[in-house]
Design a protein around this ligand. Structure first.
Ligand code: CTP
Ligand code: 5RP
Length: 420
């Protein structure tokens, strides 16, 4: 390894790196008509999360997604809808190894792409159904592959591996501590893995499950094994989809932006809400005027904040919330996750009693239904309190409802009005 080719923060600077994402399977173990990589998680196909995980890494030049021929149009539509960049689609094969081999050929054979992509020095292979891959492990396997020719992420075994004899009885068991589960990502010097695929037999291509093994068998390359994190697991069964959904929801419920009208009552409730929420979630509070500055809103979204609470004087609540929606739409950032937008109506004046009529409720519902198509989930929340001494308690219960809505992101509840 040449020290000059690495930056101090362990990023593979200057090394041409590409990634192949095999996504051409049918997901038999998960069951259902849709292959797991196209199953929606928070409304978006799983494969899009994995592509996103790769495209946010600046040192990865090309992302090759390998899909079955029937899914090429679906994949094109996903790239278009979510604005993915640097992606090329390649037709898969009948096994994972054959799909990966097709993916590698875009760098060497004209028939696999209209134009040959520049051959990378290192290629990462990563299953499209492992969406939670981080830059740290990617750079570790790339650096190790540069040094050793091949590298792959590993995890401790959860269960002991045993072998059965022909009669179905235990033959022997392996000492668990000595073995590891091979996970993804893996990385290879391109020439090594390509050579291995060219040399391997049909049996390897049809029954093999381990790319590191091909590099060892055909190129005498002993891969470096790199300890990975638990979230590298592969979505295989239905329960894994639920787990993926929970992880994504959890990540999305870490921060909220409270947009407050400058008028006295709204500003006071906005302040109390901020204080009440901040022990549980990161809160940014901005004024309505600032929310009208589209670059400010864009910064908030690109900082991964997908939750907004609009605290307004009841008369203007819907109008102000509509303006936030307009800004989100105008920003032209593809909404990769559903945005939760909570419209808070205030009824805290001691003198004026505020009753909310069916007409108002219908307007909120209609508005919520319309913007749901834009991937924005609008919920109503009435903060009602006539006794100022009780305001803090009411705001606390509003904060609890806001947190529940953010954590749940339930599309069926949009347009409903909750009362704190
Ligand atoms: N012919 C194939 C088979 C699998 N894969 C991909 O390889 C990855 C890991 O394989 P696996 O989890 O086994 O996926 P499936 O083969 O779809 O699942 P199953 O074995 O349950 O049918 C997945 O992203 C899958 O889409 C592929 O590109 N081409
Ligand atoms: O973890 C892996 C090691 O390379 C692969 O993802 C795994 O082997 C793929 O195998 P299968 O397609 O049978 O699930």
């Amino acid at each position: 390894m040449e020290p000059s080719s690495w930056t101090g923060d362990a990023r593979p600077a200057g090394t041409p790196v590409a990634v192949v994402l095999p996504a051409g399977g049918s997901g038999e173990r998960l069951g259902g008509a849709t292959p797991k990589q196209f199953c929606a998680v928070q409304g978006r196909p799983l494969v899009s999360y994995t592509v996103q995980a790769m495209e946010r890494i600046s040192w990865i030049s090309d992302i090759i997604v390998v899909v079955s021929s029937e899914k090429i149009e679906t994949m094109k539509a996903i790239i278009e809808k979510y604005g993915h960049k640097r992606v090329m689609i390649v037709k898969g094969g009948i096994t994972r190894h054959r799909s990966i081999f097709n993916g590698l050929k875009v760098f060497t054979e004209n028939e696999f792409s209209n134009h040959l992509l520049q051959k990378p020095e290192v290629v990462i292979i990563h299953d499209a159904v492992r969406p939670f891959v981080e830059e740290d492990i990617l750079s570790k396997v790339v650096m190790a592959a540069k040094e050793h020719g091949a590298a792959g992420a590993i995890r401790p075994l959860v269960s002991t591996v045993i072998a059965s004899a022909a009669d179905g009885c235990l033959d022997h068991s392996l000492e668990r501590a000595k073995y590891r589960a091979s996970e993804m990502p893996q990385a290879f010097l391109f020439d090594i893995i390509y050579e291995a695929y060219q040399q391997c037999t049909d049996y390897d291509l049809d029954y093999g499950t381990e790319c590191l093994h091909l590099a060892l068998k055909y190129c005498k390359t002993n891969a470096k094994l790199v300890e990975g994190t638990a979230d590298l697991w592969k979505v295989t069964y239905k329960r894994d989809l639920y787990a993926a959904e929970s992880i994504i929801k959890d990540n999305l419920s870490q921060q909220v932006c409270v947009i407050t009208d400058v008028k006295e009552a709204a500003a006071q409730v906005g302040f109390l809400l901020h204080e009440s929420l901040k022990s549980q979630i990161k809160v940014e509070s901005i004024s309505v005027c600032l929310s009208k500055n589209d670059s400010h809103l864009q910064n908030i979204l690109s900082g991964q904040c997908y939750n907004f609470v609009c605290v307004n004087d009841k008369k203007h609540a819907l109008q102000e919330t509509q303006q936030v929606v307009d800004m989100l739409e105008k920003s032209n950032i593809p909404l990769l996750y559903p945005v939760v937008l909570i419209l808070v109506l205030l009824d805290i004046s001691e003198n004026i009693s505020f009753s909310i009529g069916m007409e108002e409720l219908s307007r909120i519902k209609k508005f919520a239904r319309e913007v749901k198509n834009e991937n924005i989930l609008v919920y109503g929340l009435l903060i009602q309190c006539k006794d100022h001494l009780l305001l803090q308690d009411t705001v606390n219960s509003a904060a609890a409802l806001i947190l529940a809505l953010i954590k749940d992101r339930n599309p069926e509840l949009v347009g409903q009005l909750l009362v704190a």
